[in-house]
Ligand binder design. Sequence first.
Ligand SMILES: [Fe+2]
Ligand SMILES: [Fe+2]
Length: 374
Amino acid sequence: MDGRGAEAAPGQTAVAAAEPMKSRFAAELAPEERVTTAFLVKQKEVRQKKSGEPYLSLVLADRSGELDAKMWDNVEAVQDTFERDDFVKVQGTVVLFRERPQLQVHRLRRLEEAEITLADYLPATTENVAEMFAEVRGYAAAVADAPLRALLLAILDDPEIGPRFQRAPAAKTLHHAFFGGLLQHVRSLCRAARMIAPNYPEVNPDLLIAGIVLHDLGKIGELSYVRSFAYTSEGQLLGHMTLALEILHRHLARMPEFPRRLQVVLEHLILSHHGHYEFGSPKLPMFPEALLLHALDDLDSKMQAMAEQYGREQSLPGDWTGMNYSLGRPVLRLDRWLAAPDPVAPWTLTPPGPPEDLAHKAARLQAALREGKK
Ligand SMILES: [Fe+2]
Ligand SMILES: [Fe+2]
């Protein structure tokens, strides 16, 4: 990466192996529970009660998720002792507020970095990273086209790229926002491609695999991950498609024999993979492999967003999850909804009114519509 982009979290290799120090995690907390545990402060606001006294409105986080928190009393003593992105130890009680758990904080103390295990606060894939990487490398090694295969393997085996590719999240918040998330996303796409490509004889599976391996590679420089996942300034300014092109070009510079037209095809796969101008692609997918790459990428990120929403809210009651901001909708917990008995037989839900009532209702609706158009 030429020293560009992502900074690795200190002690990153220890992420999976470190002994967790936290006893309770945000996603496990149940209403009424009294808890003493540590969190990363993601948001901190000092607000005013009606009485004029301050209270704290916080968003606390650990690797399992986020939790709203409020501290109502003794705020003056602690409000200046910590900031956003600090670690704090809190003692409090979990309450339900608008059907979401909220922590009422009674005591709070800032923690030194030496007191925490970073792996407790940044989420990581539960899959085996080495196995996932070997599987993706295997798909690249199986590419029949020799120059393309050589390029993909050179990129994956590049010591500046391979380790970062295995560590990077695929997104800041929307989907696969955890260590190893990018690799997990790419492996999922490779598997999907192997299944679906034979259904479309016009699709060259080698190009599809190449597009999958390359498309989000710029994320190793777009996102930083020291305390929380954030965009690097370069990522913010250039975006992961431009950064992926840069990686591609750096490797192609060492392969003067690489076919020029194949290079352009790879560039198009990277640039068009978001599929729409308004999602940052400067070009729309213009051949079948590019269209399929976009469709699979879109599908995989949305399926993962739904799975993550279920995971985050597994301990909450109800048939519906909260709003999923990447999908712009809540998600139905289909298993719960289907398992519940029908409260009323559907045919008795809305007894039809007498015909004159319906005519009346229709007239009223039409009048309301006319009113609305004015
Ligand atoms: Fe992307
Ligand atoms: Fe992607």
